[in-house]
Design a protein around this ligand. Structure first.
Ligand code: ADP
Length: 301
């Protein structure tokens, strides 16, 4: 009886890893295949959803949705395809690698958790990127601003800081805020996206125990919002490219980003009739200055 025990464990182990590999690897391989098809210009490709409700399934859903949108408006250009496939393929290859590692029988509980955590974080990154592409695509194809209301712009900035509290408090950042009361007419959600992206960057590129300074005030019928961090800063070369799609500065590559945040900011501000300027000193910090017309110059719908 004892002789059979190791044999039985091996058989069970093999069986489990076979089941596991089918369950995890098939959808990942399908995604890799579909990504290759998209880069060849095939926007009809779709990946079959799995039966389970997990990050991988969310990712497949976003991928399919994104390819459908991209296909309908043909937003792909050569540069974009190269950047997109690179940004998309890198995490998928990493997911595949760690899923393969998970198939090994001799993994400790800690290793299993570490590999699963990486797979989840890479999937989240892809989902985040798909959402950003969809958002940018939506704003690029939009010429008018709908759903304009009168709202408190300073309150909008404070709300974003509340949403990001975990991020800035984890880094123990000090917030230095002087937010004048400003009534503004426009699309609240779109402006909130602008503050979200700029403040997220301010936090992301700050050192621990740094200061994040935010000001908003009115100046000659314009609304000015200034966001300053004292973090890694940028070279002139980097600063001249940051509003390009998928552009990421060298120092930023290791941080979780995809180089779309500022492209979205710029497009929203264009739609609002506003502008954005950046002043940055490498190693010292960065200031973004947003200027918006107070009386709405945006085309409304
Ligand atoms: P990402 O998601 O990579 O941050 P963004 O479009 O928001 O993408 O930013 C593009 C690049 O601009 C970043 O990769 C980084 O190099 C640079 N950048 C943006 N904001 C800051 C900042 N506050 N400090 C330093 N560099 C920044």
């Amino acid at each position: 009886m004892l002789v059979f025990l190791p044999f039985t464990s091996v058989v069970i182990g093999m069986f489990l890893s076979l089941v596991f590999s089918k369950r995890i690897l098939k959808p990942i391989n399908d995604l890799i295949h579909a990504t290759k098809e998209v880069t060849r210009g095939n926007f009809d490709i779709r990946v079959e959803m799995t039966d389970e409700s997990n990050e991988l399934n969310d990712l497949i859903y976003s991928f399919n949705h994104m390819v459908k949108e991209l296909g309908s408006i043909e937003m792909f250009r050569n540069d974009f395809i190269n950047n997109f496939s690179h940004e998309f393929k890198t995490p998928i290859v990493s997911i595949k690698g760690f899923a393969k590692q998970l198939q090994k029988d001799d993994l400790s509980k800690e290793q299993r958790k570490e590999f699963t955590d990486i797979i989840i974080s890479e999937s989240n990154r892809l989902t985040h990127m798909s959402s950003n592409i969809l958002l940018l695509n939506k704003y690029e194809n939009q010429e008018i601003i709908s759903s304009q209301t009168r709202f408190s712009l300073d309150e909008g900035i404070r709300n974003v800081l509340v949403v990001l509290e975990k991020e800035w408090s984890q880094k123990e950042l000090t917030l230095d805020l002087i937010l004048d009361e400003i009534d503004y007419t426009g699309n609240e959600e779109m402006l909130s996206q602008v503050w979200m992206n700029l403040i997220t960057n301010g936090i992301k590129y700050s050192e621990e125990y740094g200061i994040l300074t935010i000001r908003c005030y009115e100046e000659e019928n314009r609304v000015m919002v200034q966001i300053t961090d004292y973090g890694i800063g940028m070279s002139e070369e980097t600063a001249s490219h940051i509003f390009e799609k998928f552009y990421q500065g060298d120092l930023a590559h290791k941080s979780q980003g995809n180089g779309l945040g500022l492209s979205i900011v710029k497009r929203i501000l264009e739609l609002c009739g506003g502008t954005i300027k950046v002043e940055s000193v490498f190693g010292k910090g960065t200031t973004f200055l947003v200027s918006l017309p107070k009386g709405s110059k945006a085309k409304s719908g």
